[in-house]
Ligand binder design. Structure first.
Ligand code: LLP
Length: 437
Protein backbone atom coordinates (compact mmCIF):
# COMPACT_ATOMS: atom_id res chain seq x y z
CA UNK A 1 0.00 0.00 0.00
CA UNK A 2 2.79 2.45 0.86
CA UNK A 3 5.80 3.17 -1.34
CA UNK A 4 8.08 2.10 1.50
CA UNK A 5 8.13 -1.16 3.41
CA UNK A 6 9.11 0.83 6.53
CA UNK A 7 5.49 1.93 6.98
CA UNK A 8 2.28 0.43 8.24
CA UNK A 9 -0.97 1.36 9.90
CA UNK A 10 -1.16 0.58 13.63
CA UNK A 11 -4.09 -0.39 15.81
CA UNK A 12 -4.87 3.28 16.47
CA UNK A 13 -5.33 3.71 12.73
CA UNK A 14 -2.21 5.90 12.62
CA UNK A 15 0.85 5.69 10.43
CA UNK A 16 3.63 3.71 12.07
CA UNK A 17 7.36 3.56 11.32
CA UNK A 18 9.92 1.48 13.21
CA UNK A 19 7.20 0.49 15.66
CA UNK A 20 6.51 4.15 16.53
CA UNK A 21 3.23 5.97 16.06
CA UNK A 22 3.87 8.98 13.81
CA UNK A 23 1.22 11.10 15.52
CA UNK A 24 2.93 10.49 18.87
CA UNK A 25 6.32 11.27 17.35
CA UNK A 26 5.01 14.57 16.02
CA UNK A 27 3.61 15.37 19.47
CA UNK A 28 6.78 14.48 21.30
CA UNK A 29 9.41 15.95 18.97
CA UNK A 30 7.41 18.61 17.12
CA UNK A 31 7.24 19.17 13.39
CA UNK A 32 8.77 19.33 10.88
CA UNK A 33 10.54 16.13 11.84
CA UNK A 34 12.76 13.77 9.92
CA UNK A 35 12.22 10.14 10.97
CA UNK A 36 14.54 7.35 9.88
CA UNK A 37 13.84 3.64 10.26
CA UNK A 38 17.05 2.02 11.53
CA UNK A 39 15.90 -1.50 10.69
CA UNK A 40 15.39 -0.73 7.03
CA UNK A 41 18.70 1.11 6.74
CA UNK A 42 20.48 -1.91 8.20
CA UNK A 43 18.53 -4.29 5.98
CA UNK A 44 19.54 -2.33 2.87
CA UNK A 45 23.19 -2.32 3.95
CA UNK A 46 23.02 -6.10 4.39
CA UNK A 47 21.40 -6.66 1.01
CA UNK A 48 24.36 -5.01 -0.69
CA UNK A 49 26.98 -6.63 1.50
CA UNK A 50 25.47 -10.10 1.09
CA UNK A 51 25.28 -9.61 -2.68
CA UNK A 52 28.98 -8.79 -2.76
CA UNK A 53 29.70 -11.90 -0.69
CA UNK A 54 27.42 -14.18 -2.70
CA UNK A 55 28.04 -13.02 -6.25
CA UNK A 56 31.65 -11.87 -6.07
CA UNK A 57 33.10 -13.98 -3.26
CA UNK A 58 33.31 -10.95 -1.01
CA UNK A 59 36.12 -9.61 -3.17
CA UNK A 60 34.80 -6.09 -2.90
CA UNK A 61 33.52 -3.35 -0.66
CA UNK A 62 30.20 -1.56 -0.59
CA UNK A 63 30.48 2.08 0.42
CA UNK A 64 27.65 4.20 1.73
CA UNK A 65 27.67 7.44 -0.28
CA UNK A 66 27.34 9.72 2.71
CA UNK A 67 26.23 12.72 0.62
CA UNK A 68 22.78 11.13 0.70
CA UNK A 69 22.52 11.47 4.48
CA UNK A 70 25.54 12.33 6.55
CA UNK A 71 25.44 12.28 10.33
CA UNK A 72 27.65 10.63 12.92
CA UNK A 73 24.99 8.02 13.72
CA UNK A 74 24.66 6.84 10.13
CA UNK A 75 28.45 6.55 9.90
CA UNK A 76 28.29 4.25 12.93
CA UNK A 77 25.54 2.14 11.37
CA UNK A 78 27.49 1.82 8.10
CA UNK A 79 30.56 0.81 10.09
CA UNK A 80 28.65 -1.82 12.08
CA UNK A 81 27.19 -3.25 8.88
CA UNK A 82 30.67 -3.64 7.38
CA UNK A 83 30.34 -0.91 4.77
CA UNK A 84 32.91 1.66 3.75
CA UNK A 85 32.17 5.36 3.28
CA UNK A 86 32.23 7.68 0.28
CA UNK A 87 32.94 11.24 1.36
CA UNK A 88 33.06 14.24 -0.87
CA UNK A 89 34.12 17.07 1.40
CA UNK A 90 36.10 17.90 4.49
CA UNK A 91 32.80 18.16 6.35
CA UNK A 92 31.74 14.64 5.50
CA UNK A 93 35.21 13.36 6.34
CA UNK A 94 35.15 15.23 9.65
CA UNK A 95 31.79 13.65 10.49
CA UNK A 96 33.26 10.20 9.80
CA UNK A 97 36.34 10.95 11.91
CA UNK A 98 34.21 12.17 14.81
CA UNK A 99 32.06 9.05 14.53
CA UNK A 100 35.20 6.93 14.87
CA UNK A 101 34.72 5.47 11.40
CA UNK A 102 37.71 3.34 10.29
CA UNK A 103 39.69 5.51 7.87
CA UNK A 104 40.92 2.50 5.93
CA UNK A 105 37.38 2.20 4.57
CA UNK A 106 37.01 5.84 3.44
CA UNK A 107 37.06 6.99 -0.20
CA UNK A 108 37.43 10.69 -0.93
CA UNK A 109 35.58 11.94 -4.02
CA UNK A 110 34.96 15.37 -5.50
CA UNK A 111 35.91 17.38 -8.56
CA UNK A 112 37.75 20.16 -6.76
CA UNK A 113 39.22 19.03 -3.49
CA UNK A 114 40.83 21.88 -1.60
CA UNK A 115 44.36 21.83 -0.20
CA UNK A 116 42.88 21.56 3.29
CA UNK A 117 40.78 18.58 2.26
CA UNK A 118 43.72 16.83 0.66
CA UNK A 119 45.83 17.43 3.75
CA UNK A 120 43.04 16.15 5.97
CA UNK A 121 42.63 12.99 3.91
CA UNK A 122 46.34 12.24 3.83
CA UNK A 123 46.86 13.01 7.53
CA UNK A 124 44.03 10.67 8.42
CA UNK A 125 45.33 7.87 6.20
CA UNK A 126 42.12 7.39 4.26
CA UNK A 127 42.00 4.36 2.01
CA UNK A 128 41.63 6.11 -1.34
CA UNK A 129 41.56 9.45 -3.09
CA UNK A 130 39.41 9.25 -6.19
CA UNK A 131 41.37 11.72 -8.30
CA UNK A 132 39.32 13.88 -10.63
CA UNK A 133 41.86 15.90 -12.63
CA UNK A 134 45.48 16.71 -13.34
CA UNK A 135 45.80 19.66 -10.96
CA UNK A 136 44.50 17.54 -8.12
CA UNK A 137 46.85 14.71 -9.00
CA UNK A 138 49.84 17.07 -8.83
CA UNK A 139 48.63 18.54 -5.56
CA UNK A 140 48.17 15.16 -3.94
CA UNK A 141 51.57 14.02 -5.13
CA UNK A 142 53.25 17.22 -3.87
CA UNK A 143 51.57 17.17 -0.48
CA UNK A 144 52.28 13.44 -0.07
CA UNK A 145 55.94 14.13 -0.94
CA UNK A 146 56.14 16.84 1.73
CA UNK A 147 54.77 14.39 4.25
CA UNK A 148 57.03 11.57 3.08
CA UNK A 149 54.04 9.39 2.16
CA UNK A 150 52.81 7.42 -0.83
CA UNK A 151 49.07 7.89 -1.34
CA UNK A 152 46.81 5.29 -2.94
CA UNK A 153 44.62 6.71 -5.66
CA UNK A 154 42.06 5.81 -8.25
CA UNK A 155 40.72 7.92 -11.09
CA UNK A 156 37.25 9.17 -11.83
CA UNK A 157 36.65 8.20 -15.43
CA UNK A 158 33.85 9.39 -17.70
CA UNK A 159 32.92 6.17 -19.43
CA UNK A 160 30.70 7.93 -21.96
CA UNK A 161 27.42 6.52 -20.65
CA UNK A 162 24.49 8.71 -19.79
CA UNK A 163 21.96 6.68 -17.88
CA UNK A 164 19.62 9.57 -17.15
CA UNK A 165 17.58 9.30 -20.28
CA UNK A 166 15.10 6.46 -20.28
CA UNK A 167 16.82 4.73 -23.17
CA UNK A 168 20.29 5.43 -21.91
CA UNK A 169 22.83 6.65 -24.42
CA UNK A 170 26.51 6.02 -24.86
CA UNK A 171 28.03 9.30 -26.06
CA UNK A 172 28.06 12.90 -25.08
CA UNK A 173 28.83 12.46 -21.41
CA UNK A 174 32.20 14.13 -22.02
CA UNK A 175 30.44 17.39 -21.16
CA UNK A 176 30.61 16.91 -17.41
CA UNK A 177 32.62 18.62 -14.69
CA UNK A 178 33.47 15.26 -13.16
CA UNK A 179 36.46 13.17 -14.06
CA UNK A 180 38.57 12.51 -17.14
CA UNK A 181 37.16 11.27 -20.43
CA UNK A 182 37.89 7.99 -22.11
CA UNK A 183 36.89 8.99 -25.60
CA UNK A 184 39.55 11.67 -26.14
CA UNK A 185 42.41 9.78 -24.49
CA UNK A 186 42.48 12.04 -21.43
CA UNK A 187 41.93 9.15 -19.02
CA UNK A 188 44.70 7.07 -20.58
CA UNK A 189 47.14 10.00 -20.43
CA UNK A 190 46.46 10.84 -16.79
CA UNK A 191 47.02 7.24 -15.66
CA UNK A 192 50.24 7.11 -17.66
CA UNK A 193 51.38 10.37 -16.08
CA UNK A 194 50.41 9.24 -12.57
CA UNK A 195 52.51 6.11 -12.99
CA UNK A 196 55.55 8.39 -13.36
CA UNK A 197 54.91 10.13 -10.03
CA UNK A 198 56.67 8.97 -6.90
CA UNK A 199 54.20 9.78 -4.14
CA UNK A 200 51.00 8.35 -5.55
CA UNK A 201 50.20 4.75 -6.37
CA UNK A 202 47.51 4.00 -8.94
CA UNK A 203 45.22 1.33 -7.50
CA UNK A 204 41.93 1.75 -9.28
CA UNK A 205 39.54 3.30 -11.72
CA UNK A 206 36.10 4.63 -10.91
CA UNK A 207 32.97 5.71 -12.72
CA UNK A 208 29.53 6.87 -11.65
CA UNK A 209 26.96 7.03 -14.40
CA UNK A 210 24.09 8.83 -12.70
CA UNK A 211 21.47 8.57 -10.00
CA UNK A 212 17.94 7.13 -9.57
CA UNK A 213 18.54 4.61 -12.40
CA UNK A 214 16.12 1.72 -12.86
CA UNK A 215 17.98 -0.36 -15.48
CA UNK A 216 20.72 -2.92 -15.19
CA UNK A 217 21.96 -2.41 -18.73
CA UNK A 218 23.82 0.89 -18.22
CA UNK A 219 25.69 -0.60 -15.26
CA UNK A 220 26.62 -3.68 -17.25
CA UNK A 221 27.82 -1.50 -20.09
CA UNK A 222 29.81 0.71 -17.70
CA UNK A 223 31.47 -2.40 -16.25
CA UNK A 224 32.35 -3.56 -19.76
CA UNK A 225 33.77 -0.19 -20.82
CA UNK A 226 35.84 0.01 -17.64
CA UNK A 227 37.23 -3.51 -18.00
CA UNK A 228 38.23 -2.71 -21.58
CA UNK A 229 40.06 0.32 -20.23
CA UNK A 230 41.78 -1.75 -17.55
CA UNK A 231 42.82 -4.20 -20.25
CA UNK A 232 44.19 -1.38 -22.42
CA UNK A 233 46.22 0.00 -19.51
CA UNK A 234 47.72 -3.42 -18.96
CA UNK A 235 48.49 -4.13 -22.60
CA UNK A 236 49.78 -0.73 -23.59
CA UNK A 237 51.35 0.58 -20.41
CA UNK A 238 51.93 -2.54 -18.35
CA UNK A 239 49.87 -0.96 -15.54
CA UNK A 240 47.79 -3.42 -13.52
CA UNK A 241 44.63 -2.03 -12.00
CA UNK A 242 43.54 -3.77 -8.78
CA UNK A 243 40.25 -2.05 -8.12
CA UNK A 244 37.17 -1.21 -10.12
CA UNK A 245 34.69 1.20 -8.54
CA UNK A 246 31.35 1.37 -10.33
CA UNK A 247 29.75 4.13 -8.27
CA UNK A 248 26.15 4.28 -7.10
CA UNK A 249 22.90 5.43 -8.64
CA UNK A 250 20.41 2.63 -8.00
CA UNK A 251 16.82 3.81 -8.22
CA UNK A 252 14.22 3.74 -5.43
CA UNK A 253 10.44 3.91 -5.26
CA UNK A 254 9.29 7.46 -4.57
CA UNK A 255 5.85 6.97 -6.08
CA UNK A 256 3.81 3.93 -7.08
CA UNK A 257 4.73 4.28 -10.77
CA UNK A 258 8.40 3.68 -9.91
CA UNK A 259 9.49 0.10 -10.26
CA UNK A 260 12.97 -0.35 -8.85
CA UNK A 261 15.11 -3.43 -9.33
CA UNK A 262 16.01 -5.50 -6.25
CA UNK A 263 19.26 -3.92 -5.06
CA UNK A 264 21.30 -7.13 -5.08
CA UNK A 265 20.67 -7.58 -8.82
CA UNK A 266 23.08 -4.75 -9.58
CA UNK A 267 26.00 -6.52 -7.94
CA UNK A 268 24.89 -9.85 -9.38
CA UNK A 269 24.78 -8.64 -12.97
CA UNK A 270 27.89 -6.50 -12.80
CA UNK A 271 29.82 -9.39 -11.24
CA UNK A 272 28.88 -11.63 -14.14
CA UNK A 273 30.05 -9.09 -16.71
CA UNK A 274 33.32 -8.47 -14.88
CA UNK A 275 34.09 -12.17 -14.41
CA UNK A 276 33.45 -13.15 -17.99
CA UNK A 277 35.29 -10.19 -19.51
CA UNK A 278 38.31 -10.59 -17.25
CA UNK A 279 38.58 -14.21 -18.21
CA UNK A 280 38.29 -13.34 -21.85
CA UNK A 281 40.86 -10.51 -21.73
CA UNK A 282 43.14 -12.51 -19.42
CA UNK A 283 43.29 -9.93 -16.68
CA UNK A 284 43.00 -10.59 -12.97
CA UNK A 285 39.66 -10.05 -11.29
CA UNK A 286 39.58 -6.58 -9.78
CA UNK A 287 38.38 -5.81 -6.28
CA UNK A 288 34.95 -4.26 -6.86
CA UNK A 289 33.63 -1.19 -5.08
CA UNK A 290 30.02 0.03 -5.27
CA UNK A 291 28.74 3.25 -3.74
CA UNK A 292 24.99 3.35 -3.16
CA UNK A 293 23.66 6.36 -1.29
CA UNK A 294 19.99 6.95 -2.03
CA UNK A 295 18.98 3.28 -2.07
CA UNK A 296 20.32 2.70 1.45
CA UNK A 297 18.48 5.53 3.17
CA UNK A 298 15.73 7.07 1.01
CA UNK A 299 12.89 4.62 1.69
CA UNK A 300 13.83 4.45 5.37
CA UNK A 301 12.97 8.10 5.90
CA UNK A 302 9.80 10.15 6.16
CA UNK A 303 9.23 13.78 7.07
CA UNK A 304 6.36 14.74 9.34
CA UNK A 305 4.76 18.17 9.01
CA UNK A 306 1.79 19.92 10.54
CA UNK A 307 -0.71 21.27 8.07
CA UNK A 308 -1.53 24.96 8.42
CA UNK A 309 -3.28 26.99 5.76
CA UNK A 310 -5.58 25.33 3.24
CA UNK A 311 -6.20 27.75 0.36
CA UNK A 312 -8.74 26.66 -2.21
CA UNK A 313 -8.50 28.98 -5.23
CA UNK A 314 -11.63 27.95 -7.06
CA UNK A 315 -11.03 26.59 -10.56
CA UNK A 316 -7.29 27.17 -10.17
CA UNK A 317 -5.58 25.14 -7.47
CA UNK A 318 -5.86 24.10 -3.86
CA UNK A 319 -2.74 24.81 -1.82
CA UNK A 320 -2.16 23.00 1.44
CA UNK A 321 0.73 24.56 3.34
CA UNK A 322 2.98 22.80 5.82
CA UNK A 323 5.37 24.08 8.48
CA UNK A 324 8.48 23.14 6.47
CA UNK A 325 9.25 23.14 2.77
CA UNK A 326 12.19 23.63 0.44
CA UNK A 327 14.44 24.28 3.42
CA UNK A 328 14.09 20.67 4.59
CA UNK A 329 13.36 19.16 1.15
CA UNK A 330 14.59 21.18 -1.83
CA UNK A 331 14.14 18.31 -4.31
CA UNK A 332 10.90 19.44 -5.89
CA UNK A 333 12.18 22.99 -6.25
CA UNK A 334 15.45 21.75 -7.76
CA UNK A 335 14.43 18.77 -9.87
CA UNK A 336 10.62 18.57 -9.77
CA UNK A 337 11.11 15.24 -7.99
CA UNK A 338 7.90 13.37 -7.28
CA UNK A 339 6.89 12.28 -3.78
CA UNK A 340 3.96 10.50 -2.19
CA UNK A 341 2.38 11.60 1.08
CA UNK A 342 -0.17 10.33 3.58
CA UNK A 343 -2.03 11.88 6.47
CA UNK A 344 -0.39 10.29 9.48
CA UNK A 345 -3.48 10.59 11.69
CA UNK A 346 -5.73 8.81 9.13
CA UNK A 347 -3.50 7.13 6.56
CA UNK A 348 -6.25 4.99 5.06
CA UNK A 349 -8.67 7.87 4.39
CA UNK A 350 -10.00 7.88 0.85
CA UNK A 351 -8.06 10.02 -1.58
CA UNK A 352 -10.54 12.29 -3.27
CA UNK A 353 -9.02 15.73 -3.61
CA UNK A 354 -6.26 17.09 -5.84
CA UNK A 355 -4.02 19.45 -3.91
CA UNK A 356 -0.58 21.00 -4.05
CA UNK A 357 1.51 20.72 -0.92
CA UNK A 358 3.39 23.95 -0.38
CA UNK A 359 6.11 24.96 2.03
CA UNK A 360 6.31 28.09 4.16
CA UNK A 361 9.21 29.81 2.42
CA UNK A 362 8.92 33.15 0.73
CA UNK A 363 9.27 31.65 -2.72
CA UNK A 364 6.53 30.60 -5.18
CA UNK A 365 8.57 27.57 -6.22
CA UNK A 366 8.60 26.30 -2.64
CA UNK A 367 6.43 23.27 -3.22
CA UNK A 368 6.83 19.73 -1.93
CA UNK A 369 4.30 17.92 -4.12
CA UNK A 370 2.37 19.36 -7.03
CA UNK A 371 -1.12 18.07 -7.86
CA UNK A 372 -1.36 15.01 -5.64
CA UNK A 373 -4.62 13.26 -4.91
CA UNK A 374 -5.09 13.28 -1.16
CA UNK A 375 -7.92 12.80 1.33
CA UNK A 376 -9.62 15.96 2.57
CA UNK A 377 -6.99 17.75 4.68
CA UNK A 378 -7.40 20.30 7.41
CA UNK A 379 -5.28 22.51 9.57
CA UNK A 380 -3.69 20.50 12.37
CA UNK A 381 -3.43 17.23 10.43
CA UNK A 382 -0.02 15.57 10.44
CA UNK A 383 1.31 15.02 6.96
CA UNK A 384 3.97 12.42 6.26
CA UNK A 385 5.95 12.88 3.06
CA UNK A 386 7.43 9.50 2.20
CA UNK A 387 10.86 8.31 1.09
CA UNK A 388 12.63 11.46 2.22
CA UNK A 389 15.63 9.70 3.78
CA UNK A 390 18.10 10.64 1.03
CA UNK A 391 19.18 14.09 -0.13
CA UNK A 392 16.71 15.86 2.14
CA UNK A 393 18.46 16.48 5.45
CA UNK A 394 21.79 16.53 3.61
CA UNK A 395 20.55 19.24 1.21
CA UNK A 396 18.61 21.27 3.76
CA UNK A 397 19.22 24.96 4.27
CA UNK A 398 18.39 27.86 6.56
CA UNK A 399 16.70 29.94 3.86
CA UNK A 400 14.39 32.48 5.49
CA UNK A 401 16.35 31.70 8.67
CA UNK A 402 14.27 28.61 9.23
CA UNK A 403 15.92 26.23 11.71
CA UNK A 404 16.56 22.70 10.43
CA UNK A 405 14.32 19.95 11.83
CA UNK A 406 15.76 17.24 14.06
CA UNK A 407 16.38 13.71 12.86
CA UNK A 408 15.17 10.80 14.93
CA UNK A 409 16.08 7.18 14.45
CA UNK A 410 13.30 4.70 15.20
CA UNK A 411 13.56 1.00 15.88
CA UNK A 412 11.33 -1.53 17.68
CA UNK A 413 9.08 1.17 19.06
CA UNK A 414 11.82 3.41 20.44
CA UNK A 415 13.04 6.69 19.08
CA UNK A 416 16.46 8.27 19.50
CA UNK A 417 17.41 11.78 18.48
CA UNK A 418 20.46 11.70 16.19
CA UNK A 419 20.36 15.35 15.15
CA UNK A 420 18.91 18.02 17.44
CA UNK A 421 16.43 20.59 16.21
CA UNK A 422 18.22 23.82 15.38
CA UNK A 423 17.31 26.79 17.53
CA UNK A 424 17.14 30.48 16.72
CA UNK A 425 20.39 30.78 18.68
CA UNK A 426 21.94 28.32 16.22
CA UNK A 427 20.69 30.51 13.41
CA UNK A 428 22.64 33.54 14.61
CA UNK A 429 25.59 31.55 15.97
CA UNK A 430 28.06 32.81 13.38
CA UNK A 431 26.71 36.32 13.07
CA UNK A 432 28.95 39.06 14.36
CA UNK A 433 27.68 42.50 15.27
CA UNK A 434 30.69 44.80 14.79
CA UNK A 435 31.09 46.98 17.87
CA UNK A 436 31.34 50.15 15.85
CA UNK A 437 28.21 49.51 13.80
N1 LLP B 1 29.19 7.92 -6.05
C1 LLP B 1 29.37 9.11 -6.65
C2 LLP B 1 30.67 9.42 -7.20
C3 LLP B 1 28.32 10.02 -6.74
O1 LLP B 1 28.52 11.18 -7.35
C4 LLP B 1 27.06 9.70 -6.16
C5 LLP B 1 25.96 10.64 -6.21
C6 LLP B 1 26.92 8.45 -5.53
C7 LLP B 1 28.00 7.59 -5.50
C8 LLP B 1 25.63 8.01 -4.89
O2 LLP B 1 24.59 7.94 -5.79
P1 LLP B 1 23.15 7.38 -5.32
O3 LLP B 1 23.30 5.89 -5.05
O4 LLP B 1 22.78 8.12 -4.09
O5 LLP B 1 22.27 7.70 -6.46
N2 LLP B 1 21.11 15.49 -5.01
C9 LLP B 1 20.61 14.58 -6.03
C10 LLP B 1 21.47 13.37 -6.17
C11 LLP B 1 22.89 13.71 -6.52
C12 LLP B 1 23.75 12.48 -6.61
C13 LLP B 1 25.16 12.88 -6.73
N3 LLP B 1 26.08 11.79 -6.71
C14 LLP B 1 19.18 14.19 -5.68
O6 LLP B 1 18.66 14.68 -4.69
O7 LLP B 1 18.55 13.42 -6.41
Amino acid sequence: MFVSEALKINSQGHLEIGGCDCVELAKEYGTPLYVMDEGLIRKNCRTYKNAMDNYYNGNGLVLFASKAFCTMAICRIAQQEGLGLDVVSGGELYTAIKAGFPMDRVYFHGNNKTLDEINMGIDNNIRRFVVDNREELDRINDIAAQKGKVVNISFRIKPGIDAHTHDFIQTGQIDSKFGVALENGEAFEIVKYAASLKNVKVIGVHCHIGSQIFDLAPFELAAKVMIEFISKLKNELGIEIDELNLGGGFGIKYINEHDPIEYDHYIESVSKVVKSLCEDRKIKLPFIVMEPGRSIVASAGITLYTIGAVKDIKNVRKYVSVDGGMTDNPRYALYQSPYDAVIANRPDAVRCDTVTIAGKCCESGDLLIKDITMPEMKSGDILAVLATGAYNYSMSSNYNRIPRPPVILVKDGTARVIVKRETYEDIIRNDIMPEDL
